[in-house]
Design a protein around this ligand. Structure first.
Ligand code: ZN
Length: 376
């Protein structure tokens, strides 16, 4: 096994920038041997122009929607977007398969080493079996009508079985507005889960006042929600009593999350991650998450791309730079931590990924300007 010694312009180790002149020593496969000063590194250094990073972790994606790139116009708002996804998500298996293969490959080339991926179907199993990316599969469950909970749960169990050989799979509730208390209770506690949360102001309106476009969504779907009484609070606070207190939960989007929501959550349970997908928020609602508020909550933040139905590419670095452009006080070092080690920790993959610690094999990525390139 050969030894490689990389001497980049700058090196980010997963948590912070290393002192100038740091050299990463690893084997041919990228397994980390050491991080040392140039003066101790000897000969055969490989200079790299740019910032050397551990592999990137995309905590929220829907690979199975990759064929929907460009199908839905931008800035429609949440309910028209959801309706369009349900209408257009079906396509021939070849088209779906080819689009997933391309998206997976593009993510790999851009330096992504792990993905938290939402699955409503088993369509992505074959691509993931061949992929060089590590997938954590979240089998998504939805059903707002309480009497249908058992059927929806059984259906999701069937999808989960199909993912048995591809790595870890966990059940995940879709969103506060699409999961009944009965279904939440069937899901129970898992070591890790995720949920779309407060992606639009309309979602909070539905729970706080019972009005707004979400009523139209159920009407369009032919779902009778006569049983529903708005609890008079935000969507997150409305479902909090049904969410398990154990296990880690990654809440995705959070564009309409308030300080009161965070306070309530802190009383309820601690193991929370906030996943930001800013380009999807811009695409659908022309909005951005309240980064300062979420950051000040003390819960770790991570990044995701969402799907190609609501994004132009699955480029995690583009998400990071949108945040830096709009919240410059954030700083590159913090944002890179979210894209690497914080993401790996959120998906329980930090034993092997996320940082240049000895014996990890996190992948090596070079950031030049705003684009990334995989080195190993
Ligand atoms: Zn999503």
């Amino acid at each position: 096994m050969g030894i490689r010694k990389f001497r980049p312009d700058r090196l980010f180790d997963g948590t912070q920038f290393a002192a100038p002149g740091a050299v990463l020593v690893c084997d041919d496969s990228g397994r980390v041997i050491d991080l040392i000063p140039e003066a101790e590194a000897g000969d055969d250094l490989e200079p790299l122009q740019g910032i050397l990073l551990p592999g990137l972790v995309n905590c929220h994606c829907h690979l199975e929607l990759s064929h929907m790139r460009g199908m839905i116009p931008e800035h429609t708002g949440m309910v028209p977007f959801l309706t369009a996804v349900m209408k257009n998500r079906f396509a021939g298996p070849d088209l779906i398969g080819e689009a997933m293969y391309e998206a997976d490959n593009a993510m790999y080339q851009s330096g992504v080493v792990a993905v938290g991926d939402i699955c409503n179907t088993a369509n992505s199993v074959a691509v993931k079996e061949q992929s060089r990316i590590r997938y954590i599969n979240f089998i998504e469950v939805s059903g707002f009508v309480p009497s249908g909970a058992r059927d929806r749960y059984e259906q999701a169990l069937g999808v989960m079985k199909a993912f048995a050989a591809t790595g870890n799979a966990y059940m995940a509730p879709h969103a506060p507005y699409s999961v009944s208390p009965a279904l939440f209770s069937l899901l129970g506690a898992t070591a890790l889960s995720t949920m779309h949360n407060q992606e639009s102001a309309e979602e909070n309106e539905f729970f706080s006042r019972g009005t707004g476009p979400f009523n139209d969504l159920f009407k369009t779907l032919g779902v009778d929600i006569g049983f529903f009484r708005a609890p008079g609070t935000s969507s997150l606070r409305a479902v909090m009593p049904y969410l398990p207190r154990a296990g880690k939960m990654i809440l995705v989007h959070n564009t309409e999350t308030s300080a009161d929501d965070l306070f309530s959550w802190q009383q309820a349970r601690p193991a929370l991650r906030f996943c930001l997908c800013p380009r999807a928020n811009q695409y659908i609602n022309d909005s951005l998450p309240p980064v300062d508020l979420l950051q000040n909550s003390g819960h770790p933040l991570v990044l995701g791309t969402d799907s190609l139905a609501s994004n132009h590419s699955l480029d995690l670095m583009a998400e990071l730079f949108v945040l830096l452009d709009h919240f410059p006080e954030l700083g590159l070092e913090q944002a890179l931590h979210w894209a690497t080690l914080a993401g790996a920790e959120a998906l329980d993959l930090d034993k092997h990924l996320g940082s240049f610690e000895k014996s990890k094999q996190p992948g090596l990525v070079l950031l030049r300007g705003r684009s990334t390139e995989r080195i190993l």
